[in-house]
Structures are given as structure tokens and as C-alpha cells.
Design a protein around this ligand. Structure first.
Ligand SMILES: NC(=O)c1ccc[n+]([C@@H]2O[C@H](COP(=O)([O-])OP(=O)(O)OC[C@H]3O[C@@H](n4cnc5c(N)ncnc54)[C@H](OP(=O)(O)O)[C@@H]3O)[C@@H](O)[C@H]2O)c1
Length: 322
């Protein structure tokens, strides 16, 4: 089969299309014929070596397709089932052997592209707004990179829960997209001081929660956007890692909470995986959550997908099609 592998950390050119042996499903695994791969920012961290992966290795944590073969002991899926998954390495490929308890059945009306677009970013937006800081009606929240893959979903879900949503974006076009997704206010953080904007637009009060995925370049000012006892939810670092933080700053800026969550701890049990994916896929199926697929590129163009993502040229989900 064909797969996109890296041999050592590097730029997008480190992603190479190779012919490798097809995986055989082991105990508890199902072999999935992949129809669509989800590209996520975490793939960039893994490619560059910011996050570790075993090398040489196949990149990618999210895909959807059809079950082609079962390993011993699998009872939760059968050959021919349409499934999606995330959090299992090796997705930039034509085939993947996946623990069957990580597979979710795709409901009728949801195709593989939608499945691969919804799982990782959708369940992230879900746990951030329902579990890490459960957004309540009347809250104000700030979503960084509001026109990104996670950002567009976060805006929609936070709005649905009754919040006033501020979104930061780098361009007017992205501002338009964030507003379309439910952001009440879009702030061009490349031009304006977003902390000053948020303070003045909330009458000086600040927001209850900042969903912070940009990291290095925005972190300090994100603290300045929060109301007393507000939550800084640092869930990504697309501009680089945040340096060490002095906990005393949380006291000085209003008894703030700081958390650094990851999806994989919020879908660790099968029950939680099924509950979150059922919500997200259900909302996509009934039209109440809109997926934005920025583009779908052939698997061989994985390097181009990473270039686009890192250079902030995308809005919504990038897919690779084997
Ligand atoms: N912890 C978790 O559970 C979890 C799960 C999923 C994703 N994430 C994180 O969520 C974030 C969004 O992921 P995504 O896959 O949906 O990506 P994305 O938001 O579609 O792309 C990243 C966006 O970040 C913004 N950005 C700001 N400064 C940047 C810089 N220096 N370089 C590149 N981008 C920059 C850009 O938007 P503008 O052009 O508008 O600035 C860019 O489009 C990432 O940080 C990712 O690691 C975390």
C-alpha cells in the first residue's frame, strides 16, 4: 500500500510517499480501507519533532473508510461497515489497522469525507465547550484562530450554547467566515490589540473563557482578556510553545484557572468516545453543525497540505484522499 512517512523530523518535504507492506490486523484490531484522511495541526507538531513519534513512521491520526478485514476477537464492527476514528497513528495511508474499540460507525447520510472532517476537530470543540469549561448562556468567550478547523466548530457550538463569541483571525476573509459560523465579533489580531478590543467591547469586564490554540504569540494577552475567575484553556500552540508560566500571574490577573487539555484524555473511555462522536456526527447529520472542508488533496500531496496549513492559508478542514 501507499503511505506518507517521515524518516526524520523536518519541513513539509520530510513527508514522503512510499510503498510499504499492508498492515495485518492483530487481536482486537480491524483493517480499515481509508477513503479520507483528516489533516490536523498536531500532524505538523509531529512532523517537526515538537511532539515525538516513532521513526520512520506514517503520519496522521484521523481517517474514515470501510472495514476490510477483522483481527481475532473483534465484535464491535464487521466487514463492510463505514467507520471513522481519530487518535490512532498511521492515518496518511491507504490502509490502517485500528483498535476496533476506537472505531465509530458513520451514520447514514454522513460520508467518509464528512466523517474524517468531523471527528478530531468536532470532538475537540465538543469537549472544550461541554467539559473543560462548560459554556453557559450569557457567557462571553474568546476563540483564537476562529476561522480555523477547530475554530469554526467552536464558534458554532459556543454560540449554540448561548455565549457571546469573540473570534480572532488574520484576514478580513477569515473574519467573514468566523462571523458566518456564529462569532458575534471578529477581531483582526494581526492589526489590533485583541486584549484591548475584548476589554472595551465587554465594558471592561472581560470574558469567562479564552479558547487559546495559538500559544506563544497570544498567550500573555489572552490572560488579559479574562474576567475574574475566568478560564484560560490552552489547547494548542500553532505559533509555538508557551514558555514556563509563573502561577502567581493567575492570582494577579484575577484568580484565573489555567488548563492544558488534550482530546485524547476526553475520549479515553469507549463510552466517552461514543457519546461525543454521537453528538458531533448527529449535529452534522441534522444540519445544526456545519463542516467547512477547505480542500481535499490527493494523499501524495500531503506536503502541500502542511505548507498550506502552516502558512495560515486554510480555513476549515484539510483532507487527503488516498
Ligand atoms: N488539545 C487538543 O485536544 C487539540 C485538538 C485539536 C486541535 N488542537 C489545536 O487546535 C489548533 C487548531 O488546530 P487546527 O487543526 O484546527 O488548525 P487551524 O486552526 O485550521 O490552523 C491553525 C490556525 O492558527 C492560526 N495561527 C496563528 N498564528 C499562527 C502561526 N504562527 N502559524 C500558523 N498558524 C497560526 C491561523 O489562523 P489565522 O490565520 O486566523 O491566524 C491558522 O489558520 C492547533 O493549535 C491544534 O494543535 C488541539
Amino acid at each position: 500500500m501507499k503511505a506518507i512517512r517521515i524518516h526524520s523530523p523536518g519541513g513539509p518535504e520530510a513527508l514522503v510517499l512510499e510503498e510499504v507492506a499492508s498492515p495485518a490486523p492483530k487481536q482486537g484490531e480491524a483493517l480499515v480501507r481509508i477513503e479520507a484522511v483528516g489533516v490536523n495541526y498536531i500532524d505538523v507538531y509531529m512532523r517537526t519533532g515538537q511532539y515525538k513519534m516513532s521513526l520512520p513512521g506514517t503520519v496522521g491520526l484521523e481517517a474514515a473508510g470501510v472495514v476490510q478485514e477483522l483481527g481475532p476477537g473483534v465484535t464491535t464492527v464487521k466487514v463492510g461497515d463505514r467507520v471513522a476514528y481519530c487518535g490512532v497513528p498511521g492515518a496518511y495511508a491507504e490502509l490502517a489497522a485500528v483498535p476496533a474499540d476506537r472505531l465509530v460507525q458513520l451514520p447514514d447520510g454522513i460520508d467518509a469525507r464528512q466523517g474524517a472532517a468531523a471527528m478530531l476537530q468536532g470532538m475537540t470543540a465538543h469537549y472544550l465547550t461541554h467539559s473543560t469549561y462548560p459554556v453557559r448562556s450569557g457567557d462571553s468567550c474568546l476563540v483564537h484562530a476562529a476561522a480555523g478547523g477547530v475554530g469554526l466548530l467552536l464558534c458554532q457550538i459556543a454560540k449554540k450554547r448561548g455565549a457571546r463569541v469573540f473570534g480572532t483571525v488574520s484576514t478580513e476573509e477569515k473574519a467573514r467566515r468566523a462571523r458566518e459560523a456564529g462569532a458575534d465579533e471578529a477581531i483582526l489580531y494581526t492589526q489590533a490589540d485583541f486584549a484591548t478590543e475584548v476589554r472595551s467591547r465587554t465594558g471592561g469586564r472581560g470574558v469567562q473563557v479564552v479558547y487559546e490554540s495559538v500559544g506563544k504569540t497570544t498567550f500573555d494577552k489572552s490572560l488579559d482578556c479574562l474576567a475574574p475567575r475566568g478560564y484560560l484553556v490552552l489547547f494548542g500552540q500553532s505559533s509555538g510553545a508557551v514558555p514556563p508560566v509563573d502561577p502567581q500571574v493567575l492570582n494577579q490577573k484575577g484568580s484565573l484557572y489555567l488548563t492544558r487539555p488534550t482530546l485524547f484524555h476526553y475520549i479515553a473511555s469507549r463510552e466517552e468516545l461514543l457519546a461525543r462522536s454521537r453528538d458531533v456526527l448527529g449535529w452534522v447529520a441534522d444540519g445544526s453543525l456545519k463542516l467547512t472542508i477547505d480542500r481535499a488533496l490527493p494523499l501524495a500531496q500531503a506536503a502541500e497540505a502542511h505548507r498550506l496549513l502552516e502558512s495560515r492559508q486554510t480555513s476549515g478542514k484539510l483532507l487527503l484522499i488516498p
